[in-house]
Write a protein that binds this ligand. Structure first.
Ligand code: GCV
Length: 698
């Protein structure tokens, strides 16, 4: 896509939007809802509450603000008599007169202030992007029916980098993507890009890594850099920067050098030139996200150099342009008797304080790999001299792809609220991440995107909520799951009070339910090899032990679970205050089998045996999906029929899958436990060999 094309498409978009706003309301019929508008649905917006809005500023971002308000059916002008005024002290006489310069400056370049002053609402910032965020916040207040007569809002994002990671390949496929193809690779659809940018800006996301971390060097060729420059042009007015994942061996593949050794002067020069070339095309390029020496990717260790050597070499090329490096900690070797959960810590922790100031360590929320439930990664709280940014997975690689309804804010809340005890009680992951604990200024968070070319963006309407939740938590990691769920439901699905309460309840229950029917009580990685959709706890044929479920659950005649205490791998000692996990009495039962190998008759807090408790957890997951289907059926008439029916279909798949998970896991574990299913657990629908015979289809 060329720059000219990008500008032309932007114009067409503006005309189309105006046409829509002016004419469609008179067409006299309500279009069936295909979910493409996400949470930016303004048809129920009580615009009469607002009157006219004066947008006082001239720039591409102020044009975005005008378009958004027009799209919301609001009258936009420039007069000081308007009931809402949006602008900067230097572009608005009214805002200038308020004398807020110092306070606005304290809110930072992305912060904003919204105040009701007599009968005028003022939305102000020191930057265009800040006013855009303020505008979206104001629209959210209207969409969620909040009172607007006494607004006193000052907001600043708690984290500096709020990024989506796209695992998009050259051919337009998306690794672990379940919602169609890439939004940009192999396509030239600016309309879609603009909507993507709007959606992201509305929740404060300010960067996109546009290619897969399993990177191809081709992405760094002029052809693709020009394409990314055109994308950056579309994103810029929305405050979104473009980032890339470079392949560490690119100096060999593209530069024809004999090595990619990060200390080799020719390699250093090659990267410097490459980075300069990128900045010529994309002046506000964000930087690099690097997967090195992980799952076959090249990296500094290929040349007997360290992770710090690799990261710092790239950081030095980016530093003159204010670019950053996000170095992934998803690194694990496989030595005999090794515990993969301890690998990243062992590999990276020794480099604390050795990374350049523009390097962040990007660490997955848990020590293995985006499992339905993991304890927090021990690197959070172990790197006081390195900015550590979490990587969350919005796309549901291990959570039923785009078929299972699970509201991930609950999982992320649990993670962010986990106490690292790095500086005593209350040293939560959230405080590590937002820089409070170690007084760090460079902060960030990344989410592996669940977006794709599907009309409804995420393959399943309800999973749009996870994209939304990621952005809201990136803006404020202290927000409650309930608040996020309520906002999203009102903006996206319905304003009917009974329905909102019901849907929010289901959203908040969904995470625990999915963990129950997949991997309760600390079980993990029970997935069918490769695609990771259904269960295969018996799986033992991968070439690496740690890609096999049997490595993780270790079920035998005695019991089940991975002993990570002193009698086992002892990786529990990577945590501060390890006894809260290693002591059986203190270990939360949700992590029991993560840290301990316990007998089948182990007495649980409920008084039941481990076997009975496990079986009942599986059953309760199935029960939840069934009752959710029934509850959802009662909401027909409140949600538009198109989305209601689509969600009903997905819930039917989820029920089939939950039953499959329960039966396959219990039948297999029963071969070791040698005990009957307790009362209350349904007999399995098939035999174990039938479940082993073929994978669950998605
Ligand atoms: C992008 C897991 C996934 C891979 C992914 C990898 C990573 O192993 O299965 O698809 O690769 O994590 O995060 O690098």
């Amino acid at each position: 896509m060329s720059r000219k094309k990008a500008q032309k498409a932007q114009k067409i978009y503006l005309y189309a939007l105006n046409f829509f706003v002016l004419f469609v309301p008179f067409c006299g019929h309500v279009k069936a809802d295909d979910g493409s508008r996400l949470w930016l649905r303004y048809d129920q917006l009580p615009s009469r509450r607002v009157g006219s809005i004066a947008v006082q500023g001239q720039s591409a971002t102020f044009d975005v603000i005008r378009r958004e308000l027009l799209g919301a059916g609001i009258v936009v002008g420039n007069s000081d008599d308007a009931s809402v005024v949006i602008g900067l002290p230097q572009t608005s006489t009214l805002i200038h007169k308020l004398g807020w310069e110092a306070e606005l400056k304290n809110l930072g370049p992305e912060g904003f202030r919204i105040r009701t002053i007599r009968n005028v609402i003022v939305i102000a910032s020191t930057t265009d992007i800040g006013t855009l965020y303020g505008t979206f916040h104001f629209l959210r207040l209207l969409q969620t029916e909040q009172p607007i007569d006494r607004l006193q809002i000052d907001q600043t994002p708690r984290l500096k980098l709020r990024l989506l990671n796209h695992w998009d390949n050259l051919d337009g496929s998306i690794e672990r993507g379940y919602a169609g193809k890439s939004l940009w690779m192999g396509v030239d659809d600016n309309r879609r890009l603009l909507d993507y940018a709007r959606a992201n800006a509305s929740i404060g996301i300010n960067g996109s890594v546009v290619n897969n971390v399993n990177a191809n060097s081709e992405f760094l060729t002029a052809k693709y850099l020009k394409k990314f420059a055109a994308i950056a042009d579309v994103f810029r007015p929305f405050g979104i920067r473009v980032y890339l994942s470079p392949r560490f061996s690119a100096p060999i593949e593209l530069g024809k050098l004999p090595t990619a050794d990060p200390l080799d002067p020719a390699v250093i020069e090659w990267w410097k030139q490459k980075v300069d070339e990128i900045y010529k095309l994309i002046p506000d390029f964000g930087g690099f996200l690097v997967k090195a020496n992980s799952e076959g990717q090249p990296g500094p260790r290929t040349y007997n150099r360290t992770h710090a050597d690799g990261a710092n070499m790239l950081a030095a090329a980016l530093a003159p342009h204010q670019g950053i490096v996000m170095w992934r900690a998803f690194v694990y070797d496989m030595k005999p008797g090794y515990d993969r959960a301890g690998a990243a810590y062992e590999n990276l922790q020794p480099f604390d304080g050795k990374f350049a100031p523009n390097v962040l360590l990007q660490v997955k929320n848990g020590p293995i790999d985006f499992q339905p439930r993991e304890p927090f990664h021990p690197l959070f709280g172990a790197m006081p001299r390195t900015p550590v940014m979490p990587e969350l997975q919005i796309t549901q690689e291990y959570l039923g792809f785009d078929n299972h309804f699970v509201f991930l804010a609950s999982m992320w809340r649990e993670f962010l609220d986990s106490d690292t005890y790095a500086h005593g009680r209350g040293s939560t992951v959230a405080k590590v991440v937002d820089g409070e604990l170690y007084r760090q200024r460079l902060t960030g968070i990344a989410g592996v995107a669940n977006t794709g070319s599907d009309t409804n963006w995420t393959g399943y309407d309800l999973l749009q909520a996870n994209w939304y939740a990621f952005g809201r938590l990136a803006w404020d990691p202290q927000l409650s799951s309930e608040q996020i769920a309520t906002e999203w439901t009102k903006m996206t699905l319905t304003h009917d009070a009974r329905a909102v309460t019901t849907i929010v309840r289901l959203m908040l229950e969904s995470y625990e339910a999915v963990v129950n029917y997949m991997t309760p009580l600390g079980l993990h990685h029970l997935f069918w090899g490769g695609h990771h959709y259904g269960p295969a706890p018996w799986w033992d044929m991968e070439k690496r032990d740690d890609w096999n479920p049997v490595y993780y659950h270790k079920a035998d005649a005695f019991g089940i679970g991975f002993d990570r205490t002193k009698t086992g791998s002892d990786t529990v000692s990577q945590y501060h205050l390890p006894q809260r996990f290693s002591d059986l009495q203190q270990c939360p039962e949700k992590f029991l089998l993560w840290f301990h190998h316990v007998p089948w008759n182990y007495k649980m807090k409920s008084g039941r045996t481990l076997w009975d408790e496990m079986a009942l957890h599986y059953q309760s997951g199935v029960d939840w999906v069934r009752s959710t289907r029934a509850t959802w059926a009662t909401l027909s008439g409140v949600i538009d029929p198109e989305r209601h029916a689509a969600i009903s279909k997905k819930l039917a798949i989820q029920e089939r899958d939950a039953v499959w998970w329960r039966d396959a896991c219990l039948l297999y574990f029963q071969t070791f436990a040698k005990q009957p299913l307790p009362r209350g657990v349904e007999p399995p629908a098939k035999t174990l060999s039938e479940y082993k015979e073929r994978a669950l289809e998605w």
